[in-house]
Design a protein around this ligand. Structure first.
Ligand code: NAD
Ligand code: TDX
Length: 333
């Protein structure tokens, strides 16, 4: 099987490539990635000789057409992915998440190539802290931010291309990922690397917001379950029952770093900050027999802290620029 992995140099995409090399060595992998600010491509260094890498934009129709024509499957991770950035400049989110996905859809339609579209639980909006409900495949779309609204738009485009043109696609919407190679702009790596630098962790607002954490390898094993066994046209929610408040996560990070559990500060809240995400992954588990392998969040987090300690050479080049971006944007510092 020849697969085209868009965004394969980013956090989840690179881990997907590594997972695939470990578990599916027979699969031929081509990565298409623009190497935006979000990636310098080095997350692929360990597999460099085993894959084909194309630097380019998913909105480049001619390039996408050529690569899709030579593939049996497209796994579409490429996106602008950070909510805070989308509040500063939504334009790249429209361009990549909407126009880019449209460009891929037109190519898979032309060449009758299967697509697996990667999306997020944020398309469903948020839940109250005391709401017993969790998101299911039937929850109405209600995105809050420019980021999540462009991801919602991309999902709806995929569904429309399935219905109108018979495109062979599956979709997954996953909860918050953590693990190696996550950009230091994101919550968990930002606090780990702050801690390593002796800077207090930054909690937006009261720190009561809840995210449903899943290890990136569990996300990617679920993506493969859907590729192998998922029904075309269907959406599957991916989650590992990992609800934690941001304060609980910061405390766990500080514990893993061996630092005082109060080495954090409250900073200005994110505008429109979603309160809680929670995934009910019953469909994925019962229909496809998937289960996560990282049952213990604290253990997965400790391994991630260790990874950032041992791989400073990977994240150090982006740390100062990231903090400068937060400062310049007057985002919560
Ligand atoms: P990331 O920002 O780490 O990686 C995105 C990658 O896409 C980068 O390598 C970047 O260079 C590339 N890219 C951006 N614009 C591009 C373009 N126009 N053309 C080609 N490549 C481009 O993001 P991530 O966290 O790995 O997220 C990957 C996907 O998973 C996204 O679709 C995101 O919405 C989704 N997702 C993420 C999470 C999470 O917790 N991080 C959870 C659920 C879903
Ligand atoms: O410094 C911080 N302090 C803080 O309290 C940062 C960067 C974040 N936060 C909070 C905001 C959120 O409640 O932590 C939580 C997680 O923040 P992010 O890592 O920015 O993730 P989130 O906004 O939840 O979105 C993530 O999960 C869904 C990914 O970035 C998206 O790509 C994915 O779709």
């Amino acid at each position: 099987m020849r697969i085209l992995v868009t965004g394969g140099a980013g956090f989840i995409g690179a881990n997907f490539v590594h997972w695939t090399r470990r578990h599916r060595p027979d699969v031929e992998i081509t990565v298409l990635d623009a190497l935006t600010y979000a990636s310098d491509g080095t997350a692929l260094d360990p597999v460099r000789g085993d894959i084909t890498f194309e630097q380019g934009d998913i909105a480049d129709a001619a390039l996408v057409d050529r690569l899709v024509a030579a593939s049996d499957l497209v796994v579409h991770f490429a996106a602008e992915s950070h909510n805070d950035n989308s509040l500063v400049d939504p334009h790249p989110f429209l361009q990549t998440n909407v126009i880019g996905t449209y460009t891929i859809l037109e190519a898979v339609r032309r060449h009758d190539v299967r697509l697996h579209h990667i999306s997020t639980d944020e398309v469903y909006g948020d839940l109250e802290l005391d709401d017993p409900a969790r998101f299911t495949e039937d929850t109405p779309y209600n995105p809050s931010s420019p980021y999540s609204s462009t991801k919602a738009a991309s999902d709806l485009l995929v569904r429309a291309w399935v219905r109108s043109f018979g495109v062979k696609a599956t979709l997954t919407n996953c909860s918050n990922n953590y693990g190696p190679y996550q950009h230091v702009e994101k919550f968990i790596p930002r606090q780990i690397t702050n801690g390593i630098d002796g800077v207090p962790a930054k909690l937006y607002g009261e720190g009561l917001n809840v995210r449903d954490w899943i290890h990136v390898d569990d996300h990617n094993s679920a993506v493969w379950a859907v590729i192998d066994k998922g029904r075309l046209g269907e959406t599957y929610l991916i989650g590992a029952d990992g609800e934690k408040s941001n304060k609980e996560v910061v405390t766990a990070i500080l514990r893993a770093l061996g630092q005082p559990e109060d080495a954090y500060e409250h900073v200005t809240d994110r505008p429109g900050h979603d309160m809680r995400y929670a995934i009910d992954s019953t469909k994925l588990r019962t229909e496809l027999g998937w289960a996560p392998s990282y049952a213990d969040f604290d253990e997965g987090l400790r391994a991630t802290v260790q990874w950032y300690r041992e791989n400073e050479a990977w994240w150090r080049p982006m740390k100062d620029a990231t903090e400068a971006r937060y400062a310049a944007a007057s985002l919560p510092a």
